[in-house]
Design a protein around this ligand. Structure first.
Ligand code: GEK
Length: 241
């Protein structure tokens, strides 16, 4: 997916408002996320491979917090089984309009829903993807949605969950944040862009550590939850029912 270059934080902003998934963000989103999340394209491609493995005939594959649909489109490319559909949900009208504008229907249909993922029913699911979405929910809401996903998954189903991570050890925490900022600078962002975006995301994106994620996934019922990818403080888990 091509997009306009992200320069939303390139000029000094007097007041930095909290980050929101509005029209401005949706317009530049593919460029923003690829230059901000180390390994993003690798994870998107791998989510397709995972969908190819886990998608079952007569089941639903969910993409929760789908944005412009990168994960849904990658899943669709790799799903070979019949009578399977992808349900892609996001509560940003700007994101869903962007996704709808590029969506052409193929063998595996993609159904778009503008809704809060905390309010939707998850059922008959063979694979559920939360690619950098859980981190935007209040911490106290996270267990409930993971429990709902677990209940809605078929036996043998998988949840793929990608998140920005925090670290208990303060040196490690600072190091990983610093390495991420170096990554962003290597992608062409300036110090001003990095620092203004960081301020905008404060209290909006709340990272947790690996142990917290793993413990919660097991607590809601997943029999196994392991990392399959990590690049600095960005990681992706696969949890098995
Ligand atoms: C990708 N998965 O490209 N309900 C529905 N959607 C939500 C909610 C909610 N409660 N909270 C946030 N979102 C995508 C990238 S971006 C990650 C996901 C990022 C949506 C929000 O509108 C946005 O589109 C998405 O979750 C997070 O693979 O920007 O770092």
């Amino acid at each position: 997916m091509t997009s306009i270059k992200d320069s939303l934080y390139s000029q000094p902003l007097g007041q930095i408002s909290s980050f929101a998934f509005d029209d401005h963000v949706a317009n530049v989103f593919p460029d923003m996320i690829s230059r901000s999340v180390p390994g993003y394209q690798t994870m998107i491609a791998a989510i397709g491979l995972l969908a190819g493995r886990f998608a079952k005939p007569n089941s639903i594959c969910y993409d929760l917090g789908c944005s412009l649909g990168a994960a849904s489109l990658s899943m669709r490319e790799n799903i070979a089984v019949g009578n399977c559909k992808i349900v892609a949900i996001d509560n940003s009208p700007a994101m869903l309009a962007g996704f709808e504008s590029v969506l052409t229907q193929k063998k595996t249909p993609i159904e778009l829903q503008c809704a809060d993922i905390r309010d939707v029913k998850i059922e008959n699911a063979s694979i559920v993807v939360l690619n950098f979405t859980l981190q935007f929910l209040p911490v106290e809401d996270r267990e409930k949605i993971l429990a709902k996903i677990y209940t809605g998954l078929l036996p043998g189903g998988a949840l793929i969950i990608s998140e920005k991570l925090a670290f208990d050890d303060s040196r490690q925490h600072e190091l990983q944040i610093d390495l991420h900022h170096e990554f962003k600078k290597s992608q062409g962002y300036s110090d001003l862009e990095v620092s203004q975006k960081r301020t905008a995301l404060e209290n909006v994106l709340i990272p947790e550590n690996f142990a917290t994620h793993q413990k919660r996934l097991k607590f809601v019922g997943f029999s196994s939850a392991e990392l399959w990818f990590q690049y600095f403080n960005f990681a992706s888990f696969i949890a098995l029912k």
